[in-house]
Write a protein that binds this ligand. Structure first.
Ligand code: AGP
Length: 607
């Protein structure tokens, strides 16, 4: 998630832009820049690193002027670097962007073929070329040039554009990424969220999907992409600055739970080939016919995602899979070598155990693929190949959107492998991909059940222990649910394979122990229902996570949370959501520090 801000008025723009970007720093970024118009042209000053680097650069290269745009970049396409930083300027046109242009490869090749020269690896620079082309081809004004350029673009975006030929105007457009206009006296702002401008104005207009806005010092005109005017009453923001950072949610964790449909959709953008019934891994090409075994290596939540990966890859690609805790793998003198594909899963890309484990694997001749959420972090840089989730910065220590986007990334990998081992037919891939692109909407259905989970948290939240049970790909979800609960509420919780109940954990069952059971429709349903019966026969309290339309499960449970039906391989992306919300509401009612739980760090860079 990049930070965006624009200013047009009579005050010096640069201090306002930097001040606004500073308020967006909490979201994480790897580079920053501004473009400010003065004396006939806009000057772009930008660099890799934090805002302090940019401020140093601005001391040497001042950017005076009263109209400008500013940006903090969270890299998705193109590594963090000066030339990949925003704003991008082509001719008189400067652009900043938050989102992903899905058809960026096709647009770039068309522009290059017609003579455009690129100075960055980013998808954003493409849009600067498109707008500049429209002005050259006779667009009467910047708004028209942007509108015409947008017709060529597919993907998620919030763009803000300025032009040396029309310095009294900022033009912005929104499709999926957030965009807001801040209204002042003789001045106006645009931003990716109110946090950036709250210190300057509380009077805002939220721009909606498919809208384009033309902003001058004294006017704000909203239209749809076809040019039809839209009316929108300003709102007065009453949030505090801290509340604004959380988008009005009480904690970052809750905000990030609700961001998951968007994060998953962003992780799918540009990677699902519905025509070819295949997937693209951003140019990663694996020598699939020579892969004899896949070994997932990870820690914590990423390890649970890797355990789901074992089911996905073995089911769809029929390649033998092992899953290993990084902290165990690295000290075991593991039997690994050529023919092994080691998949390192890490949100931060900085977990030391995982990093050392893949060093060990590389030393022994294995090929390493990293799946990470942070472009150019240490683990992707160490790996032979890297593939990124697009969850955006995850602030809450307890991982939520990073986990579900890892499941998406691993599902894409499994389909990629299956199509190349021929274990996955084209028809089956088509069905699976059609279901995969529905997952964001189905996730939205589940995260909107918060009030129900809050009731359940009140009902069960005083227990001194929880047991989470699941079979098959739901077993890792049981482990993940237990981890979520213990790490933010400090209540002891165990995840267990449901089939293991009779081998010990059943001794724990009594009327004080809530048992959360993952029991979606599927081949393990009947067996898991019999586990529920064993629990209830011993007065255990059962909270079942089941498939919508299951009318039997209520008779076996004390409480039920229903999630939409989906393909068996994709069920974990939905069944984990109620567990995240249950843990959140239990912790919230206990009053623990949900976003920064005691003793925990967001990235474990020590051994
Ligand atoms: C998950 O809620 C925890 N914050 C922790 O288990 C985390 O998943 C683990 O430390 C691995 O981190 P990584 O994905 O950044 O490597």
């Amino acid at each position: 998630m990049c930070g965006i801000i624009g200013y047009i008025g009579s005050r010096q723009a640069t201090p306002l832009l930097i001040g606004g970007l500073r308020k967006l720093e909490y979201r994480g970024y790897d580079s920053a820049g501004v473009s400010v118009f003065n004396d006939g042209m806009s000057r772009v000053v930008r660099c890799r690193g934090k805002l302090g680097n940019l401020e140093e650069k601005l001391k040497a290269e001042p950017a005076p002027g009263t109209v400008g745009i500013g940006h903090t970049r969270w890299a998705t396409h193109g590594r963090p670097s000066d030339e990949n930083s925003h704003p991008h300027k082509v001719g008189p046109v400067s652009v900043i962007h938050n989102g992903i242009i899905e058809n960026h490869l096709q647009l770039r090749s068309e522009l290059v073929a017609s003579g455009s020269q690129f100075s960055s690896e980013t998808d954003t620079e493409i849009f600067a070329h498109l707008v500049e082309r429209q002005l050259v081809d006779g667009a009467p004004d910047l708004t028209t040039a942007v509108r015409r350029a947008l017709l060529k673009v597919r993907g998620s975006y919030a763009f803000v554009v300025m032009s040396d030929k029309e310095p009294g105007t900022l033009v912005a457009a929104k499709n999926s990424s957030p965009l807001v206009v801040g209204l002042g006296e003789g001045e106006n702002f645009v931003a990716s969220d109110v946090t950036a401008i709250l210190s300057e104005t509380r009077k805002v207009i939220f721009i909606e999907e498919g809208e384009l806005v033309t902003v001058t010092r004294d006017s704000v005109q909203i239209t749809d992409f076809e040019g039809k005017p839209k009316q929108r009453e300003p709102k007065i923001i009453t949030w505090s600055a801290v509340q604004a950072e959380k988008g009005g949610f009480k904690h970052f964790m809750l905000k990030e739970i609700h961001e998951q449909p968007r994060a998953v959709a962003d992780t799918l953008v540009g990677r699902v080939d519905l025509e070819g019934d295949d997937v693209r891994l951003d140019g990663v090409e694996l020598d699939v016919k020579n892969i004899k075994r896949i070994i997932f290596i990870a820690c914590g939540t990423s390890y649970h995602a890797s355990m789901v990966g074992e089911f996905l890859v073995e089911s769809l690609a029929r390649i033998p899979v092992e899953v290993d805790l990084a902290s165990e793998f690295r000290y075991r003198d593991p039997i690994v070598g050529p023919g092994d594909l080691v998949v390192a899963v890490s949100q931060s890309g900085e977990t030391l155990d995982t990093m050392e484990a893949i060093r060990e694997a590389k030393k022994k001749g294995a090929t390493v693929l990293a799946i990470s959420n942070v472009v150019e972090s240490s683990i992707p840089r160490l790996a032979d190949h890297a593939f990124y989730t697009h969850a955006g910065p995850e602030i809450g220590v307890a991982s939520t959107k990073a986990f579900t986007t890892q499941l998406i990334g691993i599902a894409l990998l499994a389909i990629y492998l299956g199509r190349r081992t021929n274990a996955l037919s084209r028809e089956r891939a088509r069905t699976l991909l059609a279901e995969l692109v529905q997952i964001p909407n189905k996730m939205r259905d589940v995260v909107e059940q918060g009030a129900h989970l809050q009731v359940l948290a009140r009902r069960y939240g005083n227990a001194t222990g929880f047991l989470f049970l699941g079979r098959g790909a739901q077993y890792p979800i049981a482990l993940e649910g237990a981890l979520k609960l213990k790490e933010i509420s400090y209540i002891h919780a165990e995840g267990y394979a449901a089939g293991e109940m009779k081998h010990g954990p059943i001794a724990l069952i009594d009327d004080q122990l809530p048992v959360v059971v993952l029991v979606p429709k599927g081949p393990s349903y009947e067996k898991t229902v019999s586990n529920l019966a064993e629990v209830r026969a011993r007065q255990g309290k059962v909270l079942a996570i089941a498939t919508r339309g299951d009318n039997e499960i209520g008779g076996h449970s004390d409480d039920v949370v229903l999630v939409p039906d989906t393909a068996l391989e994709l069920q974990p992306m939905l069944t984990v959501l109620p567990l995240q919300m249950l843990s959140y509401y239990v912790a919230d009612q206990k009053g623990t520090d949900v976003d920064q739980p005691r003793n925990l760090a967001k990235s474990v860079t020590v051994e």
